[in-house]
Write a protein of this length. Structure first.
Length: 464
């Protein structure tokens, strides 16, 4: 990433979320895999009013790559008000910044190191040896030691301040003392050896990290070393989860036509892994009035619903979106499982992702619609697209993309069984999801993969 966000006078300039996102997109050139990038959506382009009767026979689902692009662009501010103002960068303490995106450059507030320090335990020596050794040594964290004179040495600890006029640091294992207490080097030493000079890593005012950098544990350490107590970052998108369905149990064994709710426990941590702040999980049952009230009252950036997106007698999502005059940006996606997912703009600065009720179909909706939208809201860059050959053939749908859980074994992706829309057994063991094109994929065919947050050696699973 090139250096951005610095005014001509050299001070760090805080940027709004849209500017941060623009820099991320410009600098890394990432795109959501699978299709060309469309122009940003105006408020009404590609959108339509929900059909209260959901006469899906006449509605055409969106291709999977296009649906992901629409989701990624949907959360971009439509004006200078609304989202841009509401999601202004915030100052966050270091202990709360993990997983956020920098909204201002990280600029060194001091030289690193801020004084000459010893890189090793040993002796600070001045001039050629042998050296007379002072009785009192130099420890890290203490004040400025007395200067050395030629022929003099002093014991020194790693990280301690170097005395003035020191020639080099002689490592403990490279020195010996004789019977008279004189220090001798057992190998040749060079001037400046094992001394970390002031400003070796950076000078006060140097830009260390650019706008759009993801805050990792190493970034937190660098920020602390550079003198920061807080960083300026894009706030986490606020997400509210609405669990729909009268048939769902929150505990115990399934019985009498009732089943355990798998999505209530699964969605909040998955959404947090995508960088979101899950503000509430509400269980509404199949209640159109309760859904309408919840949507009207929510102030979340993104509302995620589970179930109710099809055209059954108890599916209230489409009629409720119609009632509140929402815009449908995606109404069904050509993907299996998960076809009846949807994306709607509820307000200028609020969106809704409707996930199917079947657990694996809901995961498909997360990967297709929620992940790109949350990535935009959090000003994160898109992950690099990559492919691996499949170990086994995968049957495909004649017209739709299939998302199939896989494990990564060496240089191959191995498809897992238990891929039905209601099954999580395969996904629970998966490292990634294979994007299988219409018609299927043969053994050995290079296939696009989507990493799962916990399987990519990332820190996202730790976000809270």
């Amino acid at each position: 990433m090139t250096a951005r966000g610095i005014r001509a006078d050299g001070d760090a300039e805080d940027l709004d979320v849209e500017e941060v996102l623009a820099l991320v997109n410009e600098d890394n050139g990432h795109r959501t895999p699978g299709d060309k990038v469309p122009a940003p959506l105006p408020h009404t382009q590609g959108a339509r009013k929900p059909d209260p009767d959901h006469s899906g026979r006449h509605h055409k689902a969106t291709p999977w790559p296009e649906a992901r692009e629409i989701a990624a662009h949907a959360a971009r501010p439509q004006s200078l008000k609304g989202t841009a103002a509401r999601r202004a960068p915030v100052s966050v303490s270091l202990d709360a910044a993990l997983g956020l995106t920098l909204a201002a450059p990280l600029t060194a507030l001091t030289d690193l190191p801020s004084f000459d320090t010893s890189a090793m335990d040993g002796w600070a020596v001045a001039g050629p040896g042998p050296w007379a050794v002072r009785e009192e040594g130099v420890l890290a964290g203490h004040g400025r030691p007395e200067p050395l004179t030629d022929g003099e040495a002093v014991r020194i600890a790693t990280g301690a301040r170097i005395p003035l006029d020191t020639t080099a640091v002689l490592r403990s294992e490279h020195g010996r003392t004789d019977s008279k207490g004189q220090l001798h080097a057992t190998r040749e030493i060079q001037p400046g050896q094992d001394i970390r000079p002031r400003g070796q890593e950076c000078r006060n005012g140097d830009q260390l990290l650019a706008v759009g950098t993801l805050v990792t544990p190493a970034v937190l350490g660098l920020a602390a070393a550079a003198g920061y107590d807080t960083v300026t970052a894009v706030p986490r998108p606020r997400v509210e989860v609405l669990v729909l369905g009268d048939e769902l149990l929150t505990e115990g064994l399934p019985h009498d036509g009732l089943i355990r709710d798998a999505l209530g426990p699964m969605l909040p941590p998955w959404l947090r892994a995508l960088g979101a702040d899950v503000t509430a999980v509400r269980r509404l049952g199949d209640d159109a009035k309760a859904l309408h009230k919840a949507l009207k009252k929510s102030d979340a950036d993104l509302i995620v619903t589970t179930g109710g997106t099809a055209a059954g007698p108890r599916d209230h999502v489409h009629p409720t979106l119609h009632r509140i005059d929402a815009e449908l940006l995606v109404d069904g996606v050509k993907v299996r499982p998960g076809h009846p997912m949807l994306l709607a703009r509820v307000k200028e600065d609020q969106h809704l992702v409707g996930l199917p009720g079947n657990p694996l179909a809901a995961v498909s909706g997360l990967l297709t619609l929620a992940e790109p939208l949350l990535r935009t809201l959090a000003a994160r860059s898109a992950p690099e697209s990559y492919t691996l050959p499949l170990k086994e053939a995968v049957h495909g749908h004649p017209y739709d993309t299939r998302l199939v859980p896989v494990v990564l074994r060496g240089d191959h992706a191995v498809p897992l069984h238990y891929q039905g829309p209601a099954m999580l057994r395969g996904m629970a063991a998966a490292d990634a999801v294979a994007v299988v094109p219409p018609g299927g994929a043969r053994a050995g065919q290079e296939t696009e993969l989507l990493d799962l947050p916990w399987a990519s050696a990332g820190i996202e699973v730790c976000f809270t």
